[in-house]
Ligand binder design. Structure first.
Ligand code: XMP
Ligand code: MG
Length: 179
């Protein structure tokens, strides 16, 4: 097994690029069916969701739009508990069919803090699609509509997700190696 080293930590391969792309394609097909003629507006939560969002968007065959916001709550390998809006919502979402794209739901704090802003603008519908969900880590429950992978409560990186800024470029997912 190929162990990689990022900053002071070691990571082992976890979910392969093939498995990720297969799931993301399946999710795109589901959304193609669920949102025919609904012209959904995706809200992709940066930074971690950029790769997931790009791959999902490439496999959509329906009319769809995408915009980006930037929320951050993580420091190192632990949630800081504080959510910062670094780039806010600049698109009118009133009456739109919204799908939020998140890389990972951990405690649920980030989305729980952002969702009221979305509901305030009265979208016609709102669903949440995530690449990864860590059900054991939930503190603030969020109703997730589409999940690619449910994973145990261990830190992961790659495919857009980082450890202190590094590792986002990896095309597959890695898991923190316990010492
Ligand atoms: P909360 O706790 O608010 O966290 O649901 C969601 C955000 O925290 C980041 N996060 C991670 N990033 N590996 C990462 O690289 C992880 O295992 C991990 N868990 C949470 C992520 O940015 C997510 O949007
Ligand atoms: Mg994120």
């Amino acid at each position: 097994m190929v162990t990689i080293h990022i900053h002071d930590k070691s990571f082992i391969p976890y979910i392969s690029e093939e498995e990720i792309i297969k799931k993301v394609k399946q999710l795109a097909e589901t959304i193609n069916n669920d949102y025919k003629s609904k012209r959904p507006l995706f809200i992709s939560v940066l930074n971690g969701s950029f790769m997931f969002s790009a791959d999902l968007f490439k496999h959509l065959t329906i009319e769809a739009e995408i915009c980006f916001i930037k929320l951050a709550s993580y420091k190192g390998t632990k949630s800081s508990g504080q959510v910062i809006t670094a780039i806010g919502l600049d698109t009118d979402i009133t009456g739109r069919n919204i799908i939020i794209l998140e890389d990972i739901i951990d405690t649920g704090k980030t989305l729980n803090q952002f969702l009221p802003q979305v509901y305030n603008q009265q979208p016609s519908s709102l669903k949440i699609a995530v690449l990864l969900n860590k059900p054991e880590a939930t503190v603030h429950p969020v109703k997730i509509d589409y999940t690619c992978f449910s994973i145990p409560n261990k830190f992961v990186l790659g495919y857009g997700l980082d450890y202190n800024g590094l590792g986002r470029n990896l095309s597959q997912l890695y898991q923190l190696k316990e010492d």
